[in-house]
Design a binder for this molecule. Structure first.
Ligand SMILES: [Fe+2]
Length: 457
């Protein structure tokens, strides 16, 4: 069999005539032959032709280093090289040593048979070629695996970058969508400030309660939007109906009042992105005991978002004094405290008092209307807000001394009461610039109420 490689053979023998005799055996076979006269020279030759020599034939009896010692060291330099020992009949222990330590492939006793030696060497080289081929294929597979891995990683990082980019765009779009709805609520606020504040507070509370139910991502956003928009249809009702309690309405009025849900739905349905919000809005007047409208749904059959908005809305109505019907609020206060503690609407202006009426109304009077579990969660957050309010004070800051990071303690309104910025907004350079322009145009007062945390004082 014709070898596939240009093999090189190293012959190590201290007797030049034996080395030459061996060289003759391989003459015209296409091998490149190296010779060395002792083990040390043999190692030097091997070191400098490490990758090229395929086979070594070494004599055993040499001065300095024996053949078995040389082959043992040669194995350390390059383990896969074919090692053949040439020895005399009496050197059995040397052969055993070479087999054990040098892991030789074959041994020949002197005098050798040229033909047998040639056949054995050719067979050994074929075996060696298999080893080389196997190594080449392994390297190829490893290289291809590496390339595939790198390609996979590259594609993965491209996909991850694209996903991140899409997520960023989606977030930016969603943010601008919510901002647009907030802007819409600012217009509502301009028409009816209590309704605007009510919607914002309902949405903010509903979002926190929904999070407590582990509602996430888009579903959470839908509840927040429903909180902002569920009662937008009220703007289409006559003013006298806006301030009447449902329990005091005539049958006709109640039917007309309930139309606000239909009007809200009609407005929302026109916006494709708001479709998932419609179900929450549709059922926000269902009662937990099944006495509500429009489908008399009961308990968990009412969508969670609707149950949350119903309860959050009730609290927000009370603390925002909306609708501003004196008798209605006094009645609620009476139920809440079980006494005539509130006699005038003016008594209700304290935030702490309104918070307490709101909580008590939910807990004492309206358990049949609202989901008790939602109420418990809601009260956790309204309590948090109350503690935060108690733990902060405010100070008046002139427009010219405003700084980025300051938080508005009160809604910023124009001189004639139109809402410009909601309380709790943190001012940035852009907003401060706008506020200063409004002041120069004499549209707002010079002093703004800014939050000062008591712990920082
Ligand atoms: Fe409503």
């Amino acid at each position: 069999m014709k070898p596939s490689y240009q093999h090189q053979i190293l012959i190590v023998d201290d007797e030049a005539n034996i080395a030459n005799a061996l060289k003759r055996v391989f003459r015209n076979k296409g091998y490149q032959i190296h010779t060395a006269l002792n083990g040390a020279d043999g190692l030097v030759c091997l070191e400098s032709n490490k990758e090229s020599i395929s086979l070594i034939i070494s004599d055993q009896r040499m001065p300095g280093m024996s053949g078995s010692e040389f082959l043992e060291q040669a194995k350390r330099i390059r383990p896969e090289i074919i090692r053949i020992l040439l020895t005399g009949y009496s050197d059995v222990s040397a052969i055993v040593d070479a087999v054990n330590k040098g892991e030789i492939h074959r041994y020949f006793t002197k005098p050798w048979n040229d033909e047998q030696l040639l056949v054995q060497v050719e067979q050994a080289l074929e075996q060696y070629e298999l080893v080389l081929e196997n190594r080449r294929l392994n390297a190829l597979v490893q290289n291809q695996n590496k390339q595939l891995y790198e390609l996979g990683m590259k594609q993965k990082s491209i996909i991850e970058a694209k996903t991140l980019e899409l997520e960023k765009k989606n977030k930016a779009l969603n943010k601008s969508f919510i901002s647009t709805i907030n802007l819409l609520i600012t217009f509502v606020d301009a028409i009816n400030p209590s309704l605007g504040s009510y919607a914002k507070q309902t949405a903010s509370l509903a979002k926190r309660v929904a999070k407590d139910y582990n509602v996430q991502d888009e579903a959470l956003e839908h509840i927040e939007i429903a909180g902002l928009l569920h009662d937008i249809g009220l703007l289409g009702l006559p003013a006298e109906l806006m301030i009447k309690d449902e329990s005091e309405m005539t049958q006709g009025e109640a039917k007309f009042f309930r139309e606000h849900v239909t009007i809200s739905l009609f407005l929302i349905q026109n916006v494709e992105k708001l479709k998932p919000v419609t179900e929450i809005v549709l059922h926000h007047h269902e009662h937990f005991d099944g006495s509500g409208t429009p489908n008399s749904l009961k308990a968990e059959a009412i969508p969670l978002g609707s149950r949350i908005i119903a309860a959050a809305g009730e609290y927000a109505k009370i603390v925002n004094l909306w609708p501003e019907d004196k008798n209605k609020m006094i009645k609620k206060a009476k139920i809440a405290f079980g006494s005539e503690i509130i006699k005038n609407l003016e008594d209700l202006t304290s935030a702490a008092m309104l918070h307490e009426i709101g909580e008590r109304s939910l807990m004492l009077g309206e358990n049949n209307k609202y989901d008790p579990e939602v109420i418990m969660k809601l009260i956790k957050y309204t309590g948090e807000d109350r503690r935060q309010r108690e733990n902060r004070s405010t100070q008046q800051v002139r427009v010219r001394y405003l700084e980025g990071g300051m938080k508005l303690a009160k809604d910023l309104r124009t001189m004639d009461g139109k809402l410009l910025l909601s309380k709790d907004i943190v001012l940035d350079t852009y907003l401060i610039g706008t506020i200063r322009r409004l002041f120069r145009a004499e549209l707002i007062e010079e002093n703004l109420e800014i939050v000062v945390s008591k712990s920082k004082e």
